[in-house]
Design a protein around this ligand. Structure first.
Ligand code: EPU
Length: 354
């Protein structure tokens, strides 16, 4: 089905964004491939949209064709000690997690309550509470727009990193995700590694179901589970990635914070190559940005400083960009740390994404 000039605001969780020149609602894998081929054959710009939960669409909308991936389906195959779960790109992610937990399959339970569709999960290597899809992805089935064929990519070809992958790094969007296969462990123990999750689970047996329920409770408290009744959830999740900095900079930031507030313990995690990952939400608050702060009609979530929201539902993308710039500028002025957006900009050109 093709809709001309449809506003994309209703196709994104943030609820902002102008029209798509043409919005193609693909219901089958064939529809997706045909729509992509058609755009490529006619030299029209192509944007692939999943659940719209990690994007900021500009007020002028998107030129060319926007293909909204909507094909469904989940298949399980037993393979020795693992179960391979293959989900179509248009399958809602959380339904897949729920299915895995219901079937006693370990590997993605900490990724409960994350909005969006399966096809986006390898693109930004979705992660939470110490787990990420890179831990379990075994194959990503894609349409290759250059070779014009369907290919099965290995995890090495996906080159996963923190909230990043070869798909996200490729400015040409060569590969369109059609389906993802995860290797899950029947009867496996849940991954309870993240401090906040371990503490919340301490009083109960660590089952897959208890882990899922606890993650959902934690995420709800941060406004990170979609709920039409909660304006704090009208967001695109974490707006920025957690900055990964040199040890020297991390130590300098920690010293700065101690000077201002002797009692503060700065959250920090070891990252590859001796670097240190800092908590963007924590830095944002210490840079003087209050939860709930507004600039125009855009707001910092009242539950988590890392999420920017559209509380009234009438915000423009340019207001979200202005707020994001203000937040990043304050963090840079206070700590010398550069925040980079996690949210993908579509039809927005701003140095923040430079
Ligand atoms: N914190 C604050 N103030 C805030 C928010 C957080 O001081 O407003 C502190 C917390 O107390 C904690 C630290 O910052 O000490 C980290 O916060 P949190 O555990 O909430 O996690 P996060 O680093 O802000 C990341 C992911 C989330 C994921 C959670 C849980 C990124 C960019 N974000 O958030 O993912 O759900 O961990 O694992 O990596 C997303 O990617 O959209 C997302 C929501």
């Amino acid at each position: 089905m093709i809709r001309v000039g449809e506003a994309l605001a209703r196709w994104t969780t943030l609820g902002v964004g102008g029209p798509a020149e043409r919005l193609i609602l693909a219901e089958t894998e064939r529809d997706v491939i045909d729509a992509v081929r058609d755009a490529d054959d006619h030299g029209r710009a192509l944007t692939v949209l999943g659940g719209g939960s990690n994007v900021l669409v500009g007020d002028d909308g998107i030129r060319g064709d926007v293909v909204r991936v909507g094909h469904r389906g989940v298949e399980l195959t037993h393979d020795g000690s693992v179960v391979r779960l293959t989900a179509a790109a248009g399958e809602p992610w959380d339904a897949v997690v729920q299915r895995a937990v219901d079937d006693g399959l370990a590997g993605i339970e900490c990724l409960s309550g994350i909005p969006g569709l399966v096809g986006a999960t390898p693109v930004q290597n979705v992660g939470a509470y110490g787990q990420e899809v890179a831990d379990t992805v075994v194959t990503v089935r894609v349409w290759d727009r250059v070779d014009r064929t369907v290919r099965a990519l290995s995890p090495a070809e996906c080159a996963f990193a923190y909230r990043d992958s070869a798909f996200k790094r490729d400015p040409t969007g060569r590969c369109v995700v059609l389906a993802v296969t995860f290797a899950l462990t029947p009867g496996g123990a849940p991954a309870v590694r993240y401090g906040e999750l371990s503490r919340a689970m301490a009083s109960q047996p660590a089952t897959l179901r208890a882990t899922r329920d606890t993650v959902l409770t934690l995420r709800r408290a941060k406004g990170m589970v979609l709920d039409p009744a909660d304006p704090d959830t009208r967001s695109a999740g974490s707006f920025f990635t957690n900055p990964v900095v040199s040890k020297e900079l991390a130590d300098a930031v920690e010293a700065l914070v101690r000077q201002g507030d002797g009692s503060a313990t700065m959250p920090r995690w070891e990252a590859p190559e001796g670097r240190v990952k800092l908590a963007a939400g924590w830095l944002i608050e210490r840079a003087g940005v209050r939860r709930g702060m507004r600039l125009g009609r855009a707001a910092v979530s009242s539950k988590h400083a890392l999420a920017l929201t559209n509380p009234g539902g009438d915000c423009r993308a340019e207001e979200v960009v202005a707020l994001a710039r203000e937040v990043a500028a304050r963090v840079f002025a206070r700590f010398g740390v550069t925040l980079r957006p996690e949210v993908v900009a579509l039809g927005v050109s701003d140095p923040l994404w430079g």
